[in-house]
Design a binder for this molecule. Structure first.
Ligand SMILES: O=P(O)(O)OC[C@H]1O[C@H](OP(=O)(O)OP(=O)(O)O)[C@H](O)[C@@H]1O
Ligand SMILES: O=c1cc[nH]c(=O)[nH]1
Length: 218
């Protein structure tokens, strides 16, 4: 399948493959500190990859020895994430885009037998998004419904000039839905997996990212 505007870290050999493999591995993923840190490390790598495509301007720097020129971001992006599982990935992005303002969305999937998956969105706190470069980070892009609902809610706070979606693991179904609903989005992934199962979990995936990072929800 061919997608536009899609970048996948694990398509080339790099340390990103180690971090994604540790997130997936049943013998490692239950170490929740390591799980969160691997999400954070992938947030850092994805932020760095996105940073290569942003607009820069030339600026002077004074060292103790001389003046020199460098390239600095023209404008800070806004970082947005979806609670809970988005937090460690967002943190990694904020480590790199350390002057960015943030937007938070509280949303969760309601999984009930024999009914279509619903997304409950109960919280949205946003900075001004008008004309901003928006980076929306969520580790799992499964059906894509959480991301699309969160993005549409955010539009009440202004229309971004550029949109990037960053996820650690995505399904082809989620990428397709995202591209239909937010065709302007540039999509940055750790890995693109095979399919969704009957409970809308990504296969092979890693299981439930929120539970692995923060404990089972009751
Ligand atoms: O693409 P979708 O089908 O919408 O699924 C993806 C969503 O599922 C996970 O959150 P979840 O609803 O499990 O909530 P949690 O982070 O609070 O555990 C994940 O962090 C995404 O937000
Ligand atoms: O596979 C999936 C799908 C949604 N949320 C997760 O945490 N994992």
């Amino acid at each position: 399948m061919h997608y536009n505007n899609l970048h996948i870290l694990t398509d080339t050999p790099s340390l990103a493959n180690h971090f994604v493999a540790e997130l997936r591995d049943v013998n490692i993923q239950h170490d929740s500190l390591r799980f969160r840190r691997n999400l954070e490390r992938l947030g850092e790598l994805l932020a760095y990859e996105i940073s290569k495509t942003l607009p820069y301007t030339s600026a002077g720097v004074t060292t103790p020895l001389a003046q020199t020129q460098t390239m600095l971001l023209k404008a800070q992006p806004v970082l947005a994430t979806i609670l809970r599982a988005g937090l460690p990935l967002y943190n990694g992005m904020l480590n790199y885009f350390d002057k960015a303002f943030s937007t938070f969305v509280g949303a969760y999937r309601v999984e009930e037998e024999n009914t279509e998956l619903q997304i409950n969105m109960e919280y949205l706190a946003s900075t001004d998004l008008h004309d901003k470069i928006l980076i929306l980070a969520d580790p799992m892009l499964a059906t894509g419904k959480s991301l699309v609902k969160a993005y549409k809610g955010m539009l009440r706070h202004g229309k971004p000039v550029q949109v990037h979606v960053a996820a650690v693991i995505a399904s082809p179904e989620g990428v397709k839905y995202l591209q239909e609903e937010i065709p302007e989005a540039n999509i940055w992934l750790g890995a693109l997996d095979e399919h969704l199962n009957e409970k809308s979990y990504i296969v092979p995936g890693l299981g439930d990212a929120g539970d692995l990072a923060f404990g089972p929800k009751i």
